[in-house]
Ligand binder design. Structure first.
Ligand code: SF4
Length: 156
């Protein structure tokens, strides 16, 4: 499937049927006040960091996404997909997570449900800690087919 038709398909799916998967390595490792639990990294309500996770998470929730998972690994991301049954996934991911997680999601179609549409935004700077993403591109993909104006700034 080429990128255009994939983005077209994503545009047809309402945000309430989409989830956003974010890699925890995007957080500022020295100053992030978030805490981990079984659902991944949980952002602190008091966080004031200028952080890509905060920006993208807030935008997705503002648009009405079904959920956002900040995953420390592909396996947790796959479990989140199994729990939430989205029709579409926007995933910000590095190569390792793509292999481990996105491949696992695609295999969910074997369990009787159609596999969700997966739109991937690769990391601009990889490396497992303090990674970076092209936020503008990520916001463009997250907002495909959505009518609300995205939230662009702020710590969370
Ligand atoms: S928004 Fe704040 S709490 Fe959430 S990942 Fe970024 S630095 Fe951590």
């Amino acid at each position: 499937m080429n990128a255009d038709s994939l983005e077209e398909r994503l545009s047809q799916i309402p945000p309430s049927e989409r989830i956003l998967l974010l890699p925890h390595c995007l957080r500022p490792s020295q100053s992030c006040p978030g805490k981990y639990n079984k659902q991944g990294l949980q952002c602190s309500k008091d966080c004031t960091e200028d952080c890509a996770i905060g920006h993208l998470r807030r935008m997705a929730l503002h648009l009405g996404y079904k959920g956002v998972c900040i995953a420390p690994g592909g396996r947790l991301a796959v479990n989140y997909v199994k729990e939430t049954h989205p029709e579409a996934i926007v995933a910000i991911a590095c190569q390792k997570e793509l292999e481990e997680g996105v491949h696992g999601v695609q295999q969910l179609s074997d369990s009787g449900r159609p596999a969700p549409v997966i739109a991937i935004v690769p990391l601009a700077k990889d490396g497992c800690v303090d990674t970076e993403v092209d936020e503008e591109r990520a916001m463009e993909v997250i907002g495909l087919g959505c009518s609300l104006e995205p939230v662009k700034s702020g710590g969370r």
